[in-house]
Design a protein around this ligand. Structure first.
Ligand code: MLC
Ligand code: AMP
Length: 504
């Protein structure tokens, strides 16, 4: 049996291949036949490059149906997909290219110049573009090259444990780590979510999430692909656009910021979402107030779930039973979740401890970091999530904090260490601490507290400007505060809790 994830999806496409698979906000339709043919053409192109099995295909492109097809074609060709956030800047991309050594890089046409240079420098042999051309020139268009390829392709056989994707997640040391996900990881999660959330072929998913993270790429797209359901594709989340399309959909997924922004529109209510059967939230904590207000206005409770890049989805509130505010629900079938104390002993009901997990969804390890991988697993094979939580008497899990120093802003993870290292390199900076503070829209916002060297001339705009040139916008602190010293404990460690309180 071929364990290739694409083969699994293809076995479940609807019998009517002319039915609509993806519809875009501006009225383009793609049938299941179109999807099969386009992925075959791109897979043929990739196969023609004569790459080793397991070669990485790195992709930084704007969201589009073709971007999803490139992902599926990569899997279909037996290669490993490596999606990159479109916000990443040159230095960040250079790191991923050097670390992952992809054989192929696909980028937006307007970035071709600098990305090709960076890619060739790190040994990547093939650079293509995908996306709308702005200045009339398009070197290396992937779709132009694929157009001449046959529109049939025999999906490459893959084993359960073969890699399907690598997702980079930032690390507490400031260095990003590539989480290696296998065909089995993704397939098992798609199957369990299909059953848990009662996906049906006649569902319509309104897809507003980006395609470069677990949430939009795997949880949302896989749900629809595995059910043979139609997706309405929006290029990005825009509250007005979502409002305009919601009544045509039955399932919607998003990070909490999406729900906060929908509620901010006074006209949002039952009528707007009259055909929706399921709203799902994840990637960051959903505030109880948002849950409650949404329930009142939409007439149904949001279903909150919990997961991460290394494990795909772990827990979910029930479809039929009570969806409990402030909890991420119950472990998914086949997924083991435990909460343990500092000695590794299981915590009792209501006791707070570290969340550890095991199951067919848990990744194979960090790309080329065996020591780091070993550190993150217990002797009995549980993965240490870095999240802190507790179970209630009914088995609902709540996440109450994180043992990793991590900020989640609008569903994007920001590791303070990475930002502190960059700030500390700025001329005039003695030291810095980066913290997350509550933010009405993003949940948490990145702020920095800086100690300057005597006589330094740096101001808030100067720091922000310099950081924006080097890192993705969402990582750049929204506010900078200057202080004469950072609060430290007796061990000399910066007391971030005090800073968080002070700047909240
Ligand atoms: C954009 N900005 C952000 C930001 N997104 N800043 C902080 N946090 C964010 N998440 C920047 C912009 O670049 C801009 O900067 C300014 O903030 C205001 O932008 P905006 O117009 O409000 O942003 P917008 O384009 O509307 O994007 C906000 C968003 C987007 C919430 C729609 O961030 C988003 O789609 N987030 C979803 C992330 C996601 O998919 N997470 C899943 C991870 S998977 P400036 O300087 O130009 O003003 C995962 C596992 C799991 O975690 O369990 O699912
Ligand atoms: P990522 O590295 O982007 O995969 O982010 C995973 C992290 O997001 C998890 O380790 C959690 O800290 C957080 N997360 C995901 N879902 C939820 C949720 N429903 N509630 C709180 N935190 C969440």
């Amino acid at each position: 049996m071929n364990a290739n994830l694409y083969a699994l999806f293809a076995s479940r496409f609807p019998a009517d291949r002319d039915a609509c698979c993806i519809e875009t906000h501006d009225g383009h339709y793609y049938s299941w036949n179109d999807l099969e043919r386009a992925t075959a053409k791109i897979a043929n192109l990739l196969a023609s490059l004569g790459l080793e099995p397991g070669s990485r295909v790195a992709v930084q492109v704007e969201k589009s149906p073709e971007a999803l097809m490139l992902y599926l074609a990569t899997i279909r060709a037996g290669l490993v997909y490596l999606p990159l956030n479109t916000a990443y800047r040159q230095e960040e991309i250079a790191y991923f290219l050097a670390d992952a050594e992809p054989a192929v890089m696909v980028c937006s046409p307007q970035n071709f110049g600098w990305i090709a240079q960076s890619a060739f420098k790190s040994g990547t042999r093939h650079v293509f573009t995908l996306g709308e051309v702005q200045d009339g020139r398009n070197s290396g268009s992937l779709l132009d090259r694929a157009a001449h390829q046959p529109d049939e392709f025999e999906t490459v056989p893959r084993a359960d444990d073969d890699l399907a994707a690598i997702l980079y997640t930032s690390g507490t040391t400031g260095r990003s780590k590539g989480a290696m996900l296998t065909h089995r990881n993704l397939a098992s999660n798609a199957q369990v979510l299909h059953a848990t959330w009662r996906w049906q072929q006649d569902d319509v998913l309104l897809h507003a999430l980006p395609l470069f993270h677990v949430h939009g790429l795997f949880v949302a797209s896989h749900g629809a692909l595995y059910s043979g359901s139609k997706m309405i594709f929006l290029p990005r989340f825009d509250a007005a656009q979502v409002m305009a399309q919601l009544a045509r959909a039955s399932v919607f997924m998003g990070v909490p910021t999406y729900y906060v922004r929908l509620l901010a529109d006074p006209s949002f209510g039952r009528e707007t979402c009259r055909n929706i059967r399921l709203f799902i939230s994840g990637s960051a904590p959903l505030l109880s107030e948002t849950f409650k207000e949404f329930h009142e206005r939409a007439g149904m409770p949001i279903l909150e779930r919990y997961g991460m890049s290394e494990t795909v989805m772990l827990t979910s509130n029930p479809y039929d039973g009570e969806r409990r505010a402030g909890t991420v629900g119950l472990p998914l079938e086949g997924v083991q979740v435990r909460v343990v104390d500092a000695e590794g002993a299981s915590c009792g009901v209501g006791e707070i401890g570290d969340i550890q997990v095991k199951g067919p969804n848990v990744f194979q390890g960090y790309w080329r970091m065996p020591a780091k991988t070993a550190e993150e697993f217990t002797d009995d094979g549980y993965f240490k999530t870095g999240d802190v939580g507790r179970f209630d008497a009914d088995g609902y899990l709540s996440i109450v904090g994180r043992s990793k120093d991590l900020i989640i802003s609008g569903g994007y993870n920001v590791y303070p260490k990475e930002i502190e290292s960059l700030i500390d390199e700025l001329e005039g900076v003695a030291e810095s601490a980066v913290i997350g503070v509550p933010h009405a829209d993003f949940g948490e916002a990145v702020n920095a507290v800086i100690v300057l060297r005597p006589g330094a001339q740096l101001d808030e705009a100067g720091v922000i400007g310099q950081l924006k040139a080097r890192i993705a916008n969402f990582k750049v602190p929204k506010r900078i505060f200057f202080v004469s010293e950072l609060p430290r404990n007796a061990m000399g460690k910066v007391q971030k809790n005090l800073l968080r309180q002070q700047y909240a």
